[in-house]
Design a protein around this ligand. Structure first.
Ligand code: UT7
Length: 364
């Protein structure tokens, strides 16, 4: 994708660069051209949780050569929440899951499926989904993690939806959780000011009513962009060693400029794909919830789409970039703030390491 030119819309990137693109049928109704699904996957409850400790731009000024002015102007971030040494992904996610289950009126033992989108799980294995299955008390649930960087929650939601609309399961818990502070190089000012920790969860239920819940999903990936955002060590390529630790290879490496350009085009592309799949117009979309990586990326995406800024949800100032958790934390806040009412259509779009990108259209 890097060869494709900065101004080329991602839709026009030659297919050879699309390592994997999955556009699943999702719209109900024959007008969309997609098959009609007899079962809908509705969002019955959402919850979110962030660690207590707050790290402000002023705190960061004391840690690296940066300033509140630079961070605010270049990213829109003012503060972020950072976990303690002993806190792991499942600790943060558990609370978000319990809130989502309570709102949905679903008991953990009713869950058929738990999917967690994360790249900072409790440990490489077992999966954080399995840890949560045990901690929640959901013995019937199939459980697994999905690694799709910041698109993790949207990938996880899309997969869970497939399980539901195909009749494979009835009730699913989908989680986005990230403790990026644990893999941040706190001496690298180009990355350490960006990230925060947090978690969100959604309960999905099968519903016989057509044309509701998750109307469409769009997932895409381009592995040729993997070099722009990665953690070099800790896997089979560079197992943990004294050298990998000394060289800070267990921390996130990012080429911010390269990602920035892809981010705008990919989120705009996902939005357009969702419109096509659902036969909706931008005016039909009550709220656009983009991945919260940079305020300038969000504003540029809205501008490219000519989407009204007042219908774009932004909470980046409070949390920074919580990776796979941003869109679900934002959705939970938007719902709790009364910005999403019954019948409203909301679109979530994101991009991240992989590279991956995608979106979901949801009618509440
Ligand atoms: O969730 C997916 C992953 N992440 C992203 O999506 C991030 C995408 N990228 C971005 O958001 C932006 O590229 C950044 C916020 C990372 C950087 O903003 P930028 O406007 O692209 O800045 P830059 O990298 O071009 O750097 C501009 C200047 C450089 O100084 P010189 O070379 O012009 O003297 C940097 O060294 O800003 C400097 N700089 C900083 N200065 C103060 C970089 N980081 C900082 C900092 N404080 N924290």
């Amino acid at each position: 994708m890097s060869d494709s030119g900065d101004s080329a819309p991602i839709d026009e990137v030659p297919p050879r660069t699309m390592i994997s693109r999955v556009t699943k049928p999702g719209a109900h109704g024959s007008q969309s051209g997609w098959p009609e699904h007899p079962i809908s996957a509705i969002i019955a409850g959402t919850g979110s949780h962030v660690p207590e400790r707050v790290l402000t731009n002023a705190d960061l000024e004391k840690m690296v050569d940066t300033s509140d002015q630079w961070i605010t102007e270049r990213t829109g971030m003012k503060e972020r929440h950072i976990s303690t040494d002993g806190e792991a992904a499942s600790d943060i996610a558990l609370i978000a899951c319990q809130k989502a289950l309570a709102e949905a009126g679903v008991k953990p033992e009713e869950l058929d499926l738990i999917i967690v989108g994360t790249v900072t799980g409790d440990m490489p294995f077992p999966s954080t989904a399995c840890v949560l299955q045990q901690r929640l008390g959901a013995p019937q649930a199939t459980a697994f993690d999905i690694s799709a960087g910041c698109t993790g929650f949207i990938y996880a939601l899309s997969v869970a939806r497939q399980f539901i609309i195909t009749g494979t399961c009835k009730t699913a818990l989908v989680v986005g959780v990230e403790l990026l502070s644990k893999i941040t190089d706190w001496t690298d000012r180009s990355t350490c000011v960006l990230f925060g920790d947090g978690s969100g969860a959604a309960v999905l239920k099968a519903d016989p009513k057509p044309n509701t819940g998750i109307l469409a999903s769009y997932l895409a990936a381009d592995g040729t962009g993997g070099q722009y955002l990665y953690m070099p060590a800790g896997g089979s390529r560079h197992p943990a060693s004294v050298e990998t630790v000394q060289q800070r290879m267990h921390t996130c490496k990012m080429h911010g400029n390269a990602i920035f350009k892809v981010a705008v085009r990919s989120m705009a592309s996902a939005f357009r794909h969702l419109l096509r799949q659902t036969n909706l117009e931008p005016d039909d979309v009550k709220l656009l919830i983009p991945h919260q990586a940079n305020l300038r990326i969000i504003e540029a995406t809205a501008k490219l789409l000519k989407f009204p800024p007042e219908r774009v949800f932004i909470n980046i100032a409070k949390y920074g970039n919580t990776s796979s958790a941003t869109t679900i934390i934002a959705l939970d806040e938007a719902r709790k703030d009364g910005r999403v009412l019954p019948g409203d259509v909301v679109m979530l779009v994101a991009f991240g390491a992989g590279l991956t990108w995608g979106g979901v259209a949801i009618r509440f």
